[in-house]
Design a protein around this ligand. Sequence first.
Ligand SMILES: NC(=O)c1ccc[n+]([C@@H]2O[C@H](COP(=O)([O-])OP(=O)(O)OC[C@H]3O[C@@H](n4cnc5c(N)ncnc54)[C@H](O)[C@@H]3O)[C@@H](O)[C@H]2O)c1
Length: 311
Amino acid sequence: MPGFGLDPERSLQMWLFLIIFLVLLLCSRWVKYLYHSYQLGQIMAQKRFSNQTVIVTGAGEGIGYEVARQFCQEGAAALLNDILPERARAAAESISAETGAPCVAAAGDVADIDFVRGLVDRAVDTFGGLSVCVCNAGLTSWGDFFEYQPADFERVVGVNLRGSYFLAQAAARQFRRQGNGGRIVLMSSVTGHRAVPYLSAYGMTKAALEMLARNLVLELSGHGITINCVAPGAVLTPRNLSDDPDYEERWANLIPVGQAIQSEDIANAVLFLASPAASKITGQAIVVDGGWTSTSPIPDMDYGKDYRNRP
Ligand SMILES: NC(=O)c1ccc[n+]([C@@H]2O[C@H](COP(=O)([O-])OP(=O)(O)OC[C@H]3O[C@@H](n4cnc5c(N)ncnc54)[C@H](O)[C@@H]3O)[C@@H](O)[C@H]2O)c1
């Protein structure tokens, strides 16, 4: 064994010192490695909406279902509303089974002011607070302007505007009480930006929601509450596909990106607006339409078909 030109005792000490030094070096690397793994674990466990509670209306199927599903995947607890009790229950069960998140079904009509106020109370009673409110439920009401009936007008305004307005109000009151801000997302539509045949009343309600968001910036910002809209283009939802089996192809040919929009695309925008990354965005509308509003070609379809009174 080389002795560094030292006597055997000194040389042994030197070797011992070297070995201890190498062991310590290795240990420190291991400690560092373990520490970084721990940190990574912490980051992975800390999902974007951990410990948050979200209300999503019209969440039994379509866009609302996907919004609720993504929130739950990202750690939130959800109160899922739908006008159809069986649909609400099935959606809550399936999202909870898939994500492990607490999901509660709340069946009822968002056009009913007492009901939407009760939704906020229910979220607070069940989960202890509210973080995000997504006013998604909406009624697509087709009709020739010359023939359009007051009852249809009252219904579409009741669901799309009254429902969203008073749910946003109830959520904002709760956020003000909690004192640490909150997020409201309203579901608009490209028909609030561009004219589409026989959607005069519906398009009017969607444009109004966007003005509501712009206006409420004045009253909500001081409480740390943001309010924004997402305006979907043509989305591949079960309703659209059952109304028109050629929906996907029809719209893919008209949308610049060459594809109809998926519910996931809309949910991505909603979650972004509810996330910390969007804390300075308020009073805005994000259009998710694959570029359709740039040119807005209208599909050739049967506008005379009676799509009213759904679901
Ligand atoms: N699907 C699209 O292409 C599209 C495009 C632009 C905007 N939007 C808007 O996005 C939102 C969701 O659209 P969607 O197509 O997923 O909806 P949808 O018509 O498929 O309905 C989704 C769910 O809402 C429920 N619902 C209907 N009326 C309700 C009410 N009064 N109260 C509570 N629940 C009710 C239905 O039972 C259904 O399960 C709506 O506001 C709609 O106007 C949709």
